[in-house]
Design a protein around this ligand. Sequence first.
Ligand SMILES: CCCCCCCCC/C=C/C(=O)SCCNC(=O)CCNC(=O)[C@H](O)C(C)(C)COP(=O)(O)OP(=O)(O)OC[C@H]1O[C@@H](n2cnc3c(N)ncnc32)[C@H](O)[C@@H]1OP(=O)(O)O
Ligand SMILES: NC(=O)C1=CN([C@@H]2O[C@H](COP(=O)(O)OP(=O)(O)OC[C@H]3O[C@@H](n4cnc5c(N)ncnc54)[C@H](OP(=O)(O)O)[C@@H]3O)[C@@H](O)[C@H]2O)C=CC1
Length: 299
Amino acid sequence: MAAVTSVFRPGLFNHKVAIVTGGGTGIGKAISSELLELGCSVVISSRKAEKLEAAAQEMRQKIPPSSPAIVTPLTCNIRSEDDVKALVSSVLNKYGRIDFLVNNGGGQFTSPAENMSSKGWNAVIDTNLTGTFHCCKEVYSAWMKQHGGVIINIIADMWKGFPGMAHTGAARSAVDNLTKSLSIEWAASGVRVNAVAPGTIFSKTAMDNYKELGPLLFTKSAKFNLAKRLGVPEEISSAVCFLLSPAASYISGATLRVDAGQSLYHSMWEVPDHNAWPQAPEGENLDALREVLNPKSKL
Ligand SMILES: CCCCCCCCC/C=C/C(=O)SCCNC(=O)CCNC(=O)[C@H](O)C(C)(C)COP(=O)(O)OP(=O)(O)OC[C@H]1O[C@@H](n2cnc3c(N)ncnc32)[C@H](O)[C@@H]1OP(=O)(O)O
Ligand SMILES: NC(=O)C1=CN([C@@H]2O[C@H](COP(=O)(O)OP(=O)(O)OC[C@H]3O[C@@H](n4cnc5c(N)ncnc54)[C@H](OP(=O)(O)O)[C@@H]3O)[C@@H](O)[C@H]2O)C=CC1
């Protein structure tokens, strides 16, 4: 299978430095690989050292000889503020700059809201909302406040709510709002802050997270968008690279939906037929409606 090649100009990000959380798998791996190809050194960061090291080895093989970029794996649990401080400090010690932050690390489990424990709810909020906040705040305070930069937050298609994953819907919606607040607060430092909201994006690692339910969730999801297929991580990466690039120099506080119209289209979640809803008030309109629904009722 041919390797995916960036549509952007080679050297576009030469000598820039990025942190990509969750950079060793799925969407983060595609983003990191494309940045490396374009000359940007990338620190890939997540909780599991072995996975990161293997991903870094694989990426090193694919960096074109023309690219000055290097890839560094560093562990960090974004839920821990101390971990995030240590990560940012290590990156500055090693590279002396941080041009880009891509807050991609995150995830959730499926569950009806009524079955979610407080611990499970908090795990998802802490990861996706608080973890993103930790990374934004630390990178800003330690570097971007004085030097500018670009931040991209990866969120999700939660625009119509997120039944079955209410915790992540709430967290990602909050990050959409956080993106706007930070873009305003940090504008005077020359920091642009944007978000990307993916539709359903297939990767083996994303699917495996849902265990035996994974193949069904992803395959079922394929028809709920205008493309009638799943997206792949490279289709998120190109949007992220665009938003990081000078081509997006007039874009901040925005969320780009990369979902083939999934958020405009109908939801996967079926509401069963039921009679539990409050009845409509009696009156001439309800009488007329009954006649339309059941013409014989007039007889
Ligand atoms: C239908 C919609 C269609 C939607 C249509 C389908 C669309 C698919 C779109 C795909 C979107 C993606 O994001 S795909 C990418 C997904 N990738 C990921 O999610 C990777 C990262 N995820 C994670 O690490 C986990 O999911 C996350 C919960 C966030 C953190 O887990 P940890 O084990 O590290 O967390 P801990 O602090 O130990 O807490 C774990 C607690 O969380 C709860 N918990 C964790 N997994 C659980 C599970 N499978 N079922 C119940 N509860 C669970 C329990 O309460 C656990 O406590 P105990 O009971 O005490 O153990
Ligand atoms: N695939 C999809 O359809 C969609 C994905 N997204 C979001 O895109 C992002 C990437 O997901 P995707 O590539 O698909 O799935 P993956 O499961 O492959 O990626 C999730 C990544 O996040 C990392 N991560 C999870 N928790 C933490 C943490 N506490 N600290 C640091 N890193 C963490 C994981 O690494 P490790 O386990 O080593 O920590 C992993 O690399 C996630 O935020 C996901 O929720 C949004 C919408 C749709």
